[in-house]
Design a protein around this ligand. Structure first.
Ligand code: ATP
Ligand code: MG
Length: 137
């Protein structure tokens, strides 16, 4: 089994779609190992997206991520990292396939409803950024 890290972003939370996304996660066979709602500060969002600090969209992305509540989760499944990215769909909702979460709940490239780790190393960093070992028992 593999673990990945997921976020329900503020646009999806504010629109009232968190419950539908969590139901879909369960229906697709992930185990939810950790889950909490939080409201990121700008500084916390900048720390999370540190790898993108030199990108032109860094300021807007971290403003958006600290504009409302998020739900952060640790998901477990066989090949969880790829399985979750497949369920999310393409980064830009306009390019995301029918049946994916970003197609259904994404509003724009930035407000694309969900986040998912892209590799085992990033999953380990992202999980530890938000969860202690005790929260994942
Ligand atoms: P995520 O890391 O959120 O799962 P991703 O791996 O598909 O998405 P990244 O390239 O890591 O995409 O970009 C991180 C986030 O930054 C994207 O989810 C998106 O919201 C935002 N983003 C990416 N490219 C752009 C862009 N050109 N303009 C604005 N926002 C962008
Ligand atoms: Mg990414």
């Amino acid at each position: 089994m593999e673990r990945t890290f997921a976020i329900i972003k503020p646009n999806a939370f504010i629109a009232g779609n968190a419950g539908k996304i969590i139901a879909r996660i369960s229906a697709e066979g992930f185990s939810i190992i950790g889950l909490k709602k939080l409201y990121l500060s700008k500084r916390e969002a900048e720390g999370f997206y540190y790898v993108h600090k030199d990108k032109p969209f860094f300021g807007e992305l971290t403003d958006f991520m600290s504009s409302g509540p998020c739900i952060v989760m640790v998901l477990e499944a066989k090949d969880a990292i790829k399985k979750w990215r497949d369920l999310m769909g393409a980064t830009n909702p306009a390019n995301a396939a029918e049946g994916t979460l970003r197609r259904e709940f994404g509003d724009s490239l930035e407000a694309n409803a969900t986040h998912g780790s892209d590799a085992p190393e990033t999953a380990a960093f992202e999980i530890s950024y938000f969860f202690s070992g005790l929260e994942l028992l």
